[in-house]
Design a protein around this ligand. Structure first.
Ligand SMILES: *Cc1c(COP(=O)(O)O)cnc(C)c1O
Length: 397
């Protein structure tokens, strides 16, 4: 189906932060499959985990015990607020589980009227019907039938609106602690704590979508950890969890998951042995304190260098935002054009809402590679500036 606006650029292989075309042209990958290849391409640890498992067992069924699931679930719960885990194949599926878990919780507590899921402008939760309704972005819901009942949308970052909206039919609040696709916007830490407190007062469940901002991307294992006492009840993960192998997870407290009893949900592939082997190996790398320190160091370098970029190119770059290695550049020239300028300089960037481009490099990007990325961004800014000036020159001439 013609659903993607694809660039005519194909890659044959990758290594670390580099992607190579069939002709052997190298590109510096600062989008990492949209925050998926967190440990770089063809990471030997992940390759080995996948190969070893591939020779033993690919798939059984969730009617059997899957030891890899038990191990990865233990690693995830040891490292987070959560007690229980459901494994999926994608982020959207993890969001579906999160929404179902929240509604079923209130049903199990004899409050079946509590079905409303409160979401925010600029959020992205995936492309299933539930996920597009939770995010409420009209670009993604238009043409797909009437809005589903039980979803409420509020402006981003307005705590008074949240307070006013939470009522007797509210089931849960869903948000990305750092919005990804919406343009790398980080929720104020105090507001996350306020929302947590409001949820506690009103018996509302708090769902975080950390599919993009979680798993080390911001320099802590989970982005909400920056806010201190603001843990959710339910959290959706995916992207970096498999480092490129499709796997997602919905993690929750035992309290929040109490409605999810035998038969409440299921998946044929979710948590299959291949996914679990890679997920276990990837998570073991990501939880390492050295890696988190490295992310913070590289992020600090980017912050400093990018503020220099704004000074030199105020006509191109308006603002730098985001957290850790989820970096957004809000541009004054069209972001799609800027991505092409970057590709011309063999640098790969992701797009984003609000006319942003995003840098989402592998978490193990080296300082030399980060510095190379800055050079390529400078060249891209020069090209954007030249392009913006060109039509005026013609008018003048
Ligand atoms: C990518 C993403 C999703 C959707 O994940 P899929 O694997 O594409 O279904 C949901 N939420 C956020 C924040 C994401 O970045």
């Amino acid at each position: 189906m013609a659903v993607y606006s694809r660039t005519p650029l194909a890659f044959e292989r990758g290594e670390g932060a580099r992607l190579y075309t069939g002709d052997g042209e190298a590109y510096l990958d600062c989008m990492a499959g949209i925050a998926v290849n967190a440990l770089g391409h063809a990471n030997p640890i992940l390759v080995k985990a996948l190969k070893d498992q591939a020779e033993k067992l690919w798939h059984t069924s969730n009617i059997f015990t899957i030891p890899g699931q038990e191990r990865l679930a233990k690693a995830l719960t040891d490292a987070s607020f959560a007690d229980v885990v459901f494994f999926t194949n994608s982020g959207s599926e993890a969001i579906e589980v999160a929404i179902k878990t929240a509604r079923k919780y209130h049903w199990a507590k004899a409050q079946p009227e509590r079905i409303d899921i409160i979401g925010f402008d600029g959020s992205f939760h995936g492309r299933t019907l539930g996920a597009i309704n939770a995010a409420g972005n009209p670009n993604y819901t238009e043409g797909f039938g009437p809005p589903l009942p039980g979803f409420v949308h509020l402006p981003y970052g307005d705590f008074d609106a949240v307070k006013a909206a939470v009522g007797p039919t509210t089931a849960a609040i869903i948000l990305e602690p750092v919005q990804g696709e919406g343009g790398a916007r980080s929720w104020p830490e105090q507001m996350l704590r306020d929302i947590r407190a409001l949820c506690d007062e009103t018996g509302t469940l708090l769902i975080y979508d950390e599919i993009q901002c979680g798993l080390g991307r911001t320099g802590k294992l989970f982005a909400h950890e920056w806010a201190g006492h603001a843990s959710p009840d339910i959290m959706a993960l995916a992207k970096a969890l498999g480092g490129g192998f499709p796997v997602g997870a919905c993690v929750a407290t035992a309290e929040a998951a109490q409605g999810m009893t035998v038969g409440s949900h299921g998946s044929t592939y979710g948590g299959n042995p291949l996914a679990m082997a890679v997920g276990e190996a990837a998570l073991a790398e990501i939880v390492k304190p050295e890696l988190m320190a490295h992310v913070r160091e590289i992020a600090g370098f980017f912050t400093q260098q990018l503020s220099g970029l704004i000074e030199r190119f105020p006509d191109v770059v308006q603002e730098v935002r985001g957290k850790g290695l989820l970096i957004g550049l809000k541009l004054k020239t069209p972001n799609r054009e800027f991505m092409q300028h970057a590709r011309d300089n063999h640098l790969l960037l992701a797009g984003g809402g609000d006319n942003c481009v995003r840098l989402l490099p592998p978490l193990n990007l080296t300082l030399e590679e980060a510095s190379e990325a800055i050079g390529k961004l400078e060249a891209s800014c020069e090209a954007a500036r030249a392009k913006a000036k060109a039509p005026q020159d013609k008018v003048g001439a």
